[in-house]
Design a protein around this ligand. Structure first.
Ligand SMILES: [Zn+2]
Length: 224
């Protein structure tokens, strides 16, 4: 089966320049998980949906994660036209994406999110996915670089942002902060985040994450 058989076209209307364009998505029925990583990355046998989660308007350059794509209005439109569109050369990311092209799409989304002062939780999610994409390329140096950025954004989000109306919960965020810290080599701090997950009064509601926190904590203990 070729990559193209696993993809379908989705029509998107750009909220910044009103152009309609198509972008690929992965057919859910074709997904076969091959490996699950402890930072929640899932590697699939074929195309990975992570590669297609950013929409990029070919005409004006506006890029964002799919679930946030339409949530841009008012003064943000002016900022995007000013800082993105004015420098944008028409480019197309609506077909099959190589890992490199997917990385470019995420970096565009990160840049748009930063200039619009989006929540650190959102920016951290983009950086975590960038780390995963570099992992697919076996590029350890860049994977580590984006894990460090994920940690910084997520830690900031943990202290300063509400998670209401996001697809993140406090237990998962606490766990991911610990796990990114473990992956960048700070076991001591990682343990303190894992212990927070395990002892959190609500962690029973998220048994999968609680189990992961126990496992990663044990992994550190065994490696000593
Ligand atoms: Zn546009």
């Amino acid at each position: 089966m070729s990559a193209i058989d696993e993809l379908y076209d989705k029509k998107v209307k750009c909220p910044v320049c009103n152009v309609e364009f198509t972008t690929k998505r992965v057919k859910m029925s074709k997904l076969r998980a091959e490996k699950r990583y402890s930072d929640l990355f899932i590697h699939y046998k074929g195309e990975n949906p992570v590669k297609y989660s950013v929409y990029v308007c070919p005409v004006c350059g506006y890029a964002a994660l799919s679930e946030k794509y339409n949530n841009v209005k008012g003064g943000s439109l002016t900022i995007l036209r000013d800082k993105i569109t004015s420098k944008w050369k028409e480019r197309e990311y609506g077909g099959y994406r190589s890992v490199e092209e997917a990385i470019t799409c995420y970096k565009l989304a990160l840049y748009c999110g930063e200039i619009l002062l989006y929540k650190k939780l959102y920016l951290g999610g983009i950086c975590l996915r960038l780390a995963w994409l570099y992992r697919l390329k076996n590029d350890n140096e860049n994977e580590q670089r984006f894990l460090r950025l994920t940690y910084d954004f997520y830690k900031n989000a943990y202290s300063n942002e509400s998670m209401i109306n996001t697809n993140m919960d406090e237990i998962t965020l606490t766990y991911l902060i610990g796990e990114t810290k473990r992956r960048i080599g700070d076991n001591k701090e990682a343990i303190s985040w894992f212990s927070q997950v395990v002892s959190h009064p609500m962690s029973g509601n998220n048994p999968k994450i609680k189990k992961l926190a126990r496992e990663q904590w044990a992994l550190i203990r065994e490696s000593r």
